[in-house]
Structure formats: C-alpha cells, structure tokens
Write a protein that binds this ligand. Structure first.
Ligand code: ADP
Ligand code: F6P
Length: 447
C-alpha cells in the first residue's frame, strides 16, 4: 500500500490537543502508518531550513519552522484573521492587511520546497484545512505529480462571504490543483460549486467530477467522525464521574469548546439565564459547566470574546448564585481527554451551539460518552455540520435565546424512554461513521 503523507498546520508533538483536526488525524494515522508534516509549534529566529524528523511508534512526524513574521502573517493573519472569519460567516471580524496574503503564499511555497525532496513516487498526499490551500499549486510547480487531496475541516463560505475576501478568485485557482476536495457537509459542497460558478470557471461533469479552471477534480462530502470505540471506553473508566457527582449534587449541563467566537458561547449563557429566569424550580437543581480553553489570543476578536464570556458568566452568577450554588462554572483551560469523557457522561445535557461550525466533534464525543441505560440529551445547533447527520438531537437555532432555553427545559424533563430512543439512534451513527470510516472513505476516492 502506498504511503500516506498528511500535511497540516498543527502537528501533535506530545501536547494535549484541543482541536478537532489533531484529535481526528492522530487516530487516522495511527492505524495506517505514514508521515505527518506540520509546524514545529513556536516561532523561531533562525528556521532550520529543512524538515526536522521526530521518530514515533506508529507513524513518523516531521516539522517545519516559522519565524515570528511568518506566524503573524500566515497563521494569525491570513488564516485566522481573513479565512476563518469569512468561512464562519463573520466577514465583519476580518482584518485585511496586504502582508497577510504575501506571508500566506510565502509560507505555503516554503512548505512545498521543504516537503518535495522527501516525497516518494507512490505517496498519496493529504492536505488539511484552510491554512494550506495553495500547497498543491506550489507542489505542482515543483513537478510533484502524486495524487494530492484537500480536506476542509471548517465550513466553505457562500458566494457573498467569499466576495468579502481580498482575493476570492485566487482561492479557486489554488483549489483547482487538487485531485480531490473533501468537505464536511452537503452545504459546503454546494457553497463551493455555487461560489466557483460566480467567481471562477467551473463546469460540473456529473458524479461529483468538475472541471475547475480547465483542471479536472473531484469533490465530495466526507463527514468526519471520532475514534468512537476508544472514547466509549475512556468515558466508562473515567476518574471524573464520581468526583463530580459528589461535588455538585445537581443536574449538569456541559459545554466544551475552544473559546472561539464561532462557538456561540455567549448565546448559550444568555439562554441559560433565560432558563433560570423562567424556571425558578430549577434553581439549585441545575448547573452549567463551560470548559473553554484559550485559543489564538493574539487575534483581537478572540480577546473580545473572552471578555464577553467572562463578563456574562460573572453577571449571571451574581444574579442567581446562592451560598450553596454557583449556576455557571467556567474553566479556561484544556483538560485531559479521560476527564473530559467522564464529565460528558455525567452531564444530563450536552450543549453544542455554534453559530457556524465545520462538523463539531464535541457533539459526537458527548453521545459516545453517555451511559446507554440513562443517557443525556444533545442540544445541537443547526449550523454545525453535525446537524446534517445527527437529526435525533434537539436541533436548535442558537440565535434564538428562547428556543434554546425551551430546548434545555425540554431536555431536563425528557422521559428516560425518549432519551434512550434518541441516544440509541445517535450512537449508532457515531459508531458507524467514526474517524476510521471517514479517512478510509476519503482515501478510497483519492487513491
Ligand atoms: P474545533 O476543531 O473548532 O476546535 P471540534 O468540536 O470539532 O472544534 O473539536 C474540538 C476538539 O477539541 C474535541 O475533540 C474536544 O474534545 C477537544 N477539546 C475542546 N475543548 C477542550 C478542553 N478544554 N480540553 C480538552 N480537549 C478539548
Ligand atoms: O478544526 C478547525 C481547526 O482550525 C483546526 O484546523 C485546528 O487545529 C483547530 O481548529 C484548532 O485551532 P488552532 O490550530 O488554530 O489552535
């Protein structure tokens, strides 16, 4: 079997990952073997000028360095101050600086130069996410003819959002050099085809084949999953469960997200506030645990969301807390996966309320972690890619505070029978479409 080479911005080098991409791919590569190439993690003054290899038990890792300027322009700048807000429907949060685009092109060209000499003739190259759109074009420029696929973990923007970018036409040029484009949800594939129709030259040829700017490619929907079997085990044996039960003595609502403005954390705090205002009988009987580790704090929009979140939590606690009860507990750091799994299992409600999200793996982790005989209820935003396949969740509009508060009340009062019926259908999907299924269905098409 040919070797799989994965390229992504983030490379797991023994850290405690709290991003969907790292969590998913680590599991995929562990089973297939191969090479994973990514950023070494901290900007340096003098880049090594070559890939640095890190031996590993089940797959090889190789890192590239970035200078502080590269990091600022390519990662914080073009990737996370232009592409991220555009793809998440928040063009108003974009910060356009001319250097960002130059830095993004430069870093992608640099990664291609470092990687090309290490490629073997029969490697399949799988590029991950929005940081690396131009990588295939740069590798092709260097004569690489291997199959190259791209998978986008975040939403593909619609035509109007694409038009807000400084260079929307160029994005389609970059994408045209891939053999396979993978998306999380049907909405993304249809946004891609529609926006390319307006901003580029695309010809649908049927059966998910397209001619984009004269080049043939395939595009498809491959909803990402989790390593369900191991997560179920993790939750069953978690140390967190009993400890937490004795701490709270009340029903638990849980939210787990990077502190990102796309995750709708303030919206869910407001809905929790409305729930408490409308249901005094729930006071002291329910508490909300929000675990939200820091992310991309050098970008202003992330500092703002942190302030807003902390301010709201303080206000709501001030309004309702008693000497025996803190309605919202907020943890601003990453937790070990085993602890997280136990907390999910303990929670009567899993709140996943993004305003836009590629898939949202937390929704799947929450379902996998439940006790099948007494499962909790997943409340899921219709704007998460996961909503396309997790129909038995309580699907809500996260902008509508009242709808969300009512869904929480409904979940708290839901009969055990209904909870089991919904959960069993959800769990079946999470088991069938796990991360192994995701990567093999993508690689079958790329291969
Ligand atoms: P994103 O990729 O945008 O961060 P996802 O929901 O798809 O969103 O993936 C988030 C991943 O990060 C999940 O696997 C989740 O368990 C993990 N994660 C999120 N918050 C924490 C945390 N506080 N501690 C540990 N892991 C976390
Ligand atoms: O899943 C989307 C994503 O942007 C991944 O590409 C990334 O690893 C994760 O979220 C966390 O973001 P970051 O790598 O910027 O911390």
């Amino acid at each position: 079997m040919s070797r799989l080479v994965i390229v992504s911005n983030r490379l797991p080098l023994g850290d405690n990952p709290s991003g969907g991409l790292v969590v998913a791919l680590k599991d995929a590569l562990r089973s297939s073997g191969g090479l994973w190439v990514g950023f070494s993690g901290e900007p340096v003054e003098e880049p090594a000028g070559q890939l640095v290899f890190h031996p590993g038990a089940s797959f090889e890792r190789a890192s590239f360095d970035l200078t502080a300027r590269d990091h600022e322009e390519y990662y914080l700048g073009y990737s996370n101050s232009i592409l991220w807000p555009v793809c998440h429907g928040r063009s108003d949060l974009m910060r356009i600086e001319r250097d960002f685009l130059d830095g993004y092109r430069r870093v992608n060209a640099q990664i291609a130069r470092l990687l090309a000499p290490h490629l073997r003739e029969d490697d399949r190259i799988w590029v991950q996410d929005y940081h690396l759109f131009p990588l295939a074009a740069e590798l092709r420029r260097l004569g690489v003819e291997n199959p190259i696929g791209h998978f986008l973990h975040i939403p593909f923007p619609d035509f109007a959002s694409c038009s807000a970018m400084p260079n929307p036409e160029e994005m389609f040029e970059w994408l045209s050099h891939y053999d396979l484009l993978g998306f999380q949800a049907h909405r993304d594939l249809s946004n891609f085809a529609d926006a390319a129709g307006h901003l580029s030259q695309i010809e649908p040829l049927g059966d998910n084949h397209y001619r984009l700017l004269g080049r043939m490619l395939r595009a498809g929907v491959f909803p990402i999953g989790i390593d369900t079997a191991s997560f179920i085990e993790e939750a069953r044996h978690s140390p967190a469960e009993d400890r937490l039960r004795s701490l709270t003595g009340s029903e638990l609502i849980i939210g787990v997200d990077r502190l990102d403005y796309s995750k709708g954390i303030p919206n869910r705090f407001r809905a929790f506030q409305a729930l408490l205002e409308n249901n005094p009988d729930l006071h002291e009987g329910i508490s909300f645990l929000q675990i939200a580790p820091p992310t991309r704090e050098a970008v202003e929009a992330y500092r703002d969301i942190r302030e807003e979140t902390e301010h709201l939590a303080g206000r709501i606690n001030g309004q309702f807390a008693t000497v025996n009860w803190t309605p919202i507990r907020y943890i601003h750091r990453a937790l070990p996966r085993a602890v997280l799994a136990g907390l999910y299992r303990q929670a009567r409600i899993g709140l996943v309320t993004p305003l836009a999200d590629g898939m949202n793996l937390v929704a799947k982790e929450y379902v996998a972690a439940q006790d099948v005989s007494d499962p909790g209820v997943l409340i899921l935003s219709r704007f998460a890619g996961a909503a396309e396949t997790m129909e038995e969740a309580l699907i809500i509009n996260p902008h509508d505070t009242w709808e969300l508060a009512e869904a929480m009340a409904k979940a708290i009062r839901m009969t055990a029978n209904e909870r089991r019926r919904r959960h069993s259908a959800l769990l079946q999907g999470v088991i069938e479409n796990d991360v192994g299924w995701w990567s093999s269905s993508y690689l079958d098409v790329l291969g």
